[in-house]
Design a protein around this ligand. Structure first.
Ligand SMILES: Cc1cc2nc3c(=O)[nH]c(=O)nc-3n(C[C@H](O)[C@H](O)[C@H](O)COP(=O)(O)OP(=O)(O)OC[C@H]3O[C@@H](n4cnc5c(N)ncnc54)[C@H](O)[C@@H]3O)c2cc1C
Length: 474
């Protein structure tokens, strides 16, 4: 019995570890293009910002540790093509170019997503991405070098004002560098409503990040120095040109989102959904027998709108990897399907920028409108600590509920202190279909250092009950 895993990070190694434990007699083989396994991509901005000195600190479990558990881990080995009829995968050893076929009885396709590169002259040549630890290390090495060489401040342009671009820009300013974010969108963080995103923008600008919104990238200019990584020329960015301005730059980071990496699975016959990601059932089985998929490359059910979405988050990749591992272990043993099922997502996400904790779950107003859900929203400012305590801080609260039923559709919280993890309560409401009428009475905790007698989410629920003319209105 041979279990082959393509992609050695969150989803892949979670499944591999489960199968290793549950089916000790199975051969578990991992094919990973990079030099690391099981690392935290989420910590890359902290590493780039020198908060973490050694990239190895982001590695949760090294290839040697997995090998010690009896798995075969092939690093710097790229999967090229899957043949579902032969149950083989063509792979290439990137160190010497040798190709071979790896056989499987069960295959987990967990190669994640790849950075989206807009078609702009010079962008692919001179832009750097931070989508794997190897790439994060290359950006950090180049930044360190530029800092040693530069006479003034190192100037970095970050294209893309999503959470990754913003986290990196903040980290660069913390390092004393000059960071400019450029985005075609007219707001930062498209995962928030514009009225909430405005608070993020104000804080970043106050911190020293330059943000240029509504600007279209036209060209990236640079020079090719003689020596570079692995004998190729070292490509150095010099200028980033938009339709509004030209920005001198020593380094360009491209953070314009990522697309699910589906090509090999699609070519092997696996169905691709409208979201652009692989279709899987709740046991993470693709439409092709013997092939499972998990993580950033698959689509999930949006439990609020009922649609299918591709949400690229580590939290889902780990759970989906576990579910796939349980089902694959059962299959290898010839047993009934595994009893774990991945239910879907509600888009819960948190981040921290400067002093601001930023959290969201469920649908934004734009998403609710697109899904055709008639809704009302409430928006207000409060504190997430008793107002009479010193430095009570501030929290901006937004919540949406469905007209007629009162079902909680989504929430966004921005502020400090005690803000980010509060979203998990709202996420539970969204996931379980709790109404605002019910939510206002739920038994939530209270003590002055943590909030008011009515939690800010329950204040939002009360406001929505009144707004939607539901009862009981408190
Ligand atoms: C900078 C950054 C910050 C993030 N912060 C957060 C956060 O705070 N919270 C959160 O929940 N999520 C965060 N994420 C997202 C999270 O890291 C991903 O959702 C998660 O890692 C996805 O896991 P995965 O196993 O599906 O894919 P990946 O982690 O991308 O792993 C896929 C692996 O497949 C390998 N691979 C790709 N193609 C091939 C091939 N052809 N052959 C062999 N191997 C291949 C890759 O090298 C990679 O190691 C962040 C992502 C980034 C980039």
């Amino acid at each position: 019995m041979r279990f082959l895993v393509l992609g050695g990070d969150a989803a892949g190694m979670t499944a591999a570890s489960h199968v290793r434990r549950a089916v000790p007699e199975a051969e578990v083989v991992i094919v990973e293009r990079g030099r690391h396994t099981s690392y935290s991509m989420c910590g890359i901005p902290n590493y780039i910002g020198e908060e973490i000195e050694d990239a190895q600190d982001l590695v949760v479990r090294s290839p040697e540790e997995f090998r010690a558990l009896g798995m075969a881990v092939h690093l710097e080995t790229e999967a090229l093509a899957v043949s579902a009829s032969d149950r083989t995968v063509r792979v290439r050893d990137l160190r010497n170019g040798d190709e071979r076929d790896e056989r499987y009885d069960a295959l987990l396709y967990a190669v994640g997503a790849h950075p989206f590169m807009p078609d702009v002259p010079g962008l692919a040549q001179y832009g750097r991405v931070v989508h794997t630890l190897d790439e994060g290390e290359r950006v950090r090495t180049e930044l360190d070098r530029r800092q040693r060489e530069a006479e003034g401040k190192v100037r970095v342009v970050v294209v893309g004002a999503g959470y990754i671009g913003l986290e990196i820009a903040e980290a660069l300013v913390r390092r004393g560098m000059d960071a400019t974010i450029v985005d075609l969108a007219t707001q930062v963080m498209a995962s928030l409503d514009p009225d909430m995103a405005a608070h993020v923008l104000a804080t970043l600008e106050e911190f020293g990040v330059k943000v240029r919104l509504g600007e279209a990238l036209r060209e990236v200019r640079g020079v090719d120095a003689a020596e570079g990584e692995s004998g190729s020329p070292r490509r150095i960015c010099t200028e980033v040109v938009t339709d509004a301005d030209t920005y001198p730059a020593d380094l360009l980071v491209v953070a314009t989102g990522a697309r699910p990496s589906i090509a090999m699975a699609r070519d092997a016959g696996c169905k691709v959904g409208d979201s652009g990601a692989l279709v899987v059932d709740d046991h993470m089985r693709t439409s092709v027998q013997g092939i499972w998929a998990a993580g950033d490359c698959v689509e999930s059910v949006d439990l609020v709108s009922g649609g299918k979405v591709n949400v690229q988050l580590g939290t889902h990749a780990n759970k989906q990897g576990k579910v796939a591992g349980i089902d694959i272990a059962a299959t290898l043993r010839g047993q009934e399907p595994g009893d774990a099922a991945f239910p879907g997502v509600v888009g819960t996400a948190v981040t921290k920028l400067c002093h601001l904790e930023i959290a969201r779950t469920g649908l934004t107003e734009a998403q609710a409108t697109r899904a055709g859900i008639d809704h009302a929203a409430t928006l207000f400012t409060a504190t997430a600590k008793a107002g009479y305590l010193p430095d009570p801080g501030k929290v901006f609260v937004k919540m949406l509920a469905e007209r007629g039923t009162g079902r909680v559709l989504g929430a966004q919280l921005i502020g400090s202190p005690n803000v980010a993890k509060r979203i998990d309560t709202a996420a539970t409401w969204c996931m379980l279909g709790v109404t605002v009428q019910r939510a206002q009475f739920l038994d939530l905790s209270y003590a002055p250092p943590f909030g008011g007698v009515w939690d800010v989410l329950q204040v939002a629920a009360r406001k929505l009950v009144r707004e939607l003319s539901l009862s009981p209105a408190l």
